[in-house]
Write a protein that binds this ligand. Structure first.
Ligand code: NAP
Length: 281
């Protein structure tokens, strides 16, 4: 068997088409484009991601605002964007400098502008199966599975990783999609025995190639969130793609799987926040 490759680009393109149409409609009603307020520390990988967000938002009819002067008052910057009626969504990029507590800063995000699901209010609502802003990477994983018509209702989904950014929200979203969900982490005993039960296996560990063919039920759908930079400059996933393709039914590539969808989902949630605020005015 050679697993089908579940490419992220067509999923992202479909989301961007929706975003573009809604951005045009919002701009003509509101008299300004939908706007994301972005706060980031000095970290280079965060800066690179911020540039990517700015470029892609600009290309599809949204705008990104940055704090006017660089300060170390990240909570203040987030609070200012949260209060600004011309800012629709707020995104905080970590890591922040040593000594700054990212959780405390995330608490300054207005939950109604929390378009990357960083405030515990939204993760809590997700756990209650109420409408909420989910972390964009996890929601992107669900969008990918929906795009490729992967059956989730009644399926056994196993998520490896329980971070609040990827693993935990992915598990909650899968539960909401009526899958039966198991969550594994670094203390899980006999990982392969659990993952081999998965009809849908979602992996968000951050360990290059940890998941091999011995972890896969034949025919399973495998979503690899792993983005691991290697010394030679390549980026690899958490899954041994070549070996796993011989066992799985479908697999997301790295790069080019879940990665391209994240920013598109972020833009879509920024528009949802913008539309909501417009209707509330
Ligand atoms: P994280 O916060 O470091 O969480 C990693 C999770 O993996 C933890 O829950 C940890 O368990 C678990 N884990 C670690 N070693 C394990 C092992 N040997 N066996 C089973 N579980 C293990 O990482 P993250 O932020 O969730 O990111 C995970 C990966 O996704 C990274 O490669 C990251 O770059 C990537 N990512 C991709 C995107 C995207 O857009 N595609 C976005 C964000 C992140 P414990 O809880 O027990 O420590």
């Amino acid at each position: 068997m050679t697993a089908r490759l579940l490419e992220g680009r067509p999923v992202a393109d479909a989301i961007w088409r929706d975003v573009e149409q809604r951005a045009v409609a919002f701009s003509s009603t509101a008299g300004r484009p939908p706007m994301l307020g972005l706060v980031a520390g000095p970290d280079e990988s965060a800066a690179a991601y911020a540039r990517q967000v700015e470029r892609q938002f600009g290309r599809h009819g949204l705008r990104v605002a940055r704090p006017s002067a660089a300060t170390l008052d990240f909570a203040g910057e987030v609070r200012a964007f949260s209060r600004d009626p011309t800012i629709d969504g707020v995104l905080l990029l970590t890591p922040l400098p040593e000594g700054v507590d990212p959780e405390a800063v995330a608490l300054a995000i207005d939950p109604s502008k929390d378009v990357d699901g960083q405030h515990p209010h939204n993760l809590g609502r997700l756990a209650q199966r109420r409408s909420a802003f989910a972390p964009a990477t996890a929601l992107g994983g669900i969008r990918l599975l929906q795009h490729y018509a992967v059956a989730l209702r009644g399926a056994h989904a196993v998520v490896v990783g329980r971070s609040p950014v990827v693993g935990m929200p992915m598990a909650l979203l899968l539960i909401d999609a009526d899958a039966t969900v198991s969550v594994c982490h670094s203390r899980t005993q006999h990982l392969a025995e659990v993952t081999r039960q998965a009809d849908v296996l979602c992996v968000a560990i951050g360990r290059p190639h940890l998941i091999g063919p011995e972890h896969i039920k034949p025919g399973a759908v495998v979503v690899d969130f792993g983005t691991n930079p290697m010394p030679d400059g390549a980026v690899v996933g958490d899954v041994q793609a070549d070996a796993v393709r011989a066992v799985a039914g479908a697999l997301t590539p790295v790069p080019g799987g879940t990665g391209p969808i994240t920013v598109a989902v972020l833009a879509q949630q920024t528009l949802s926040a913008a539309e909501l605020h417009l209707h509330e005015r």
